[in-house]
Design a protein around this ligand. Structure first.
Ligand code: ADP
Length: 245
């Protein structure tokens, strides 16, 4: 058996006695595309916060490629190869798409430093590849602030991929997107899963179906069930949780 890229073992997070995560077990194999769903308050954000080191569990274990993560600072965990895309895009609105990506591939650079020391040919090619990957090839000179909400999400995904993470954590990438943008985002994440492990949190069920990925349902801080979307949707426990008892 291969070591899973990510494993949570009986992870519990308590906020003043309230269990946001309650003995959560979850395994992700390298190269997997996985969707995580669950009603509001199920613990999805806390789950990402625990992986990225923002929240420290009161008990349990989080392993990345077999090595314990708990207690490591957020920047250290990011450097190990875990990238997180937040729900609200964090792009530099006053810079062009291309410049945003140049800054991302030149890890830790600044617009001024880039003017003084231009990127190598390899890194410029990487920027071009990333623009094409996310479908922003024709928008490279456009200011990020003028992009549609969907295009901003894709730019941010490209900026995240530029950091070369092995595991991508993507939080609600299609909230507020048009149907067309949603379909493009599903295709993009599917393509990325060819070279990365991708975990997506989302509410949009059409999008999840489109991803054709195994689904994990969280409820009250633990895994309620896992499986293909059709199976999960037909599970009486899931129906109960979503429709209320
Ligand atoms: P989801 O992302 O699935 O909506 P969350 O992980 O945000 O769920 O929250 C799980 C539960 O933990 C919720 O009931 C929420 O109110 C609670 N919670 C989250 N963060 C905190 C916090 N910092 N302090 C107290 N309670 C919190």
């Amino acid at each position: 058996m291969m070591t899973p890229i990510l494993e949570l073992q009986a992870v519990t997070v308590s906020f003043d006695g309230f269990l946001a995560l309650n003995q959560l077990d979850l395994k992700l194999e390298a190269g997997e595309l996985r969707a995580v769903i669950g009603p509001n308050g199920a613990g999805k954000t806390t789950f990402l916060d625990v992986i990225t080191g923002k929240v420290r569990p009161s008990s349990g274990q989080v392993l990345f490629k077999g090595k314990p993560l708990i207690g490591k600072p957020e920047h250290h965990i990011a450097r190990l190869g875990i990238g997180r895309k937040f729900q609200t895009p964090r792009v530099f609105e006053k810079l062009t798409c291309r410049r945003n990506l140049e800054l991302a591939v030149a890890k830790g650079s600044s617009p001024v430093k880039l003017l003084l020391k231009p990127l190598t040919i390899e890194l410029r090619e990487r920027v071009q590849q990333l623009l094409l990957l996310v479908g922003l090839g024709a928008h490279d000179q456009q200011l990020a602030g003028g992009l549609s909400h969907g295009q901003k999400q894709w730019l941010e995904i490209a900026m995240l991929v530029a950091q070369d993470p092995e595991l991508l954590l993507v939080d609600e990438p299609v909230a507020g997107l048009s149907d067309e943008e949603t379909i493009h985002t599903a295709a993009l994440l599917k393509e990325l899963s060819g070279s990365h492990t991708v975990l997506v949190i989302e509410h949009d069920m059409d999008f999840i179906r489109d991803l054709q990925a195994p689904v994990t349902v969280l409820h009250e801080g633990h895994v309620l069930c896992e499986g293909p979307m059709d199976q999960v949707q037909a599970d009486p426990r899931v129906i109960d949780v979503y429709l209320g008892r």
